[in-house]
Design a protein around this ligand. Structure first.
Ligand code: DQA
Length: 139
């Protein structure tokens, strides 16, 4: 069971970035906890601030991995290219947001990713990544 956890723009700043919204934990710290919680999965973590790089990564793993847990950050609300990449690969994708995007600004309510994903988790903090990974493991 091979899973990719893929974060988009500004998520490299987790722990420092707007902590009242996104918390005080860096993703590197959280990823260690995640691996310890789910030893049955081989998990890889990657992050990019660049739209095309996120597309390249989805292509790279999208015909061999068992699942992608994707937080595309702000590209969620703008990127046809990432949405098309999800549609174009075989690996299923779950969309995750740390914050409840539906309780925030109107521009965060629209996701270009959602219709090409198995499902979406939003507003459960970092726990959302674990729940998404667990879905792939238990499926
Ligand atoms: C986010 C929500 C997005 O609207 C925002 O642009 C992010 C993070 C979240 O995890 O809550 O960068 O995807």
């Amino acid at each position: 069971m091979k899973l990719l956890i893929l974060n988009g723009p500004n998520l490299n700043l987790l722990g420092k970035r707007e902590p009242t919204i996104y918390g005080n934990t860096s993703f590197e710290e959280y990823f260690e906890q995640l691996q310890a919680a789910l030893p049955e999965a081989e998990m890889e973590y990657r992050q990019s601030n660049h739209e095309g790089t996120l597309v390249d990564i989805i292509h790279e793993v999208g015909f061999s991995y068992d699942g992608i847990v994707l937080n595309a950050g702000a590209y969620t609300h703008t990127s046809v290219a990432i949405a098309d990449a999800i549609a174009g690969v075989e690996t299923p994708v779950i969309e995750v947001h740390i914050s409840n995007v539906h309780a925030r600004e109107a521009f965060r309510h629209k996701s270009f990713m959602a219709k090409n994903c198995v499902g979406t988790i939003a507003g459960l903090g970092l726990k959302g990544y674990e729940l998404a990974a667990r879905y792939f493991i238990e499926k």
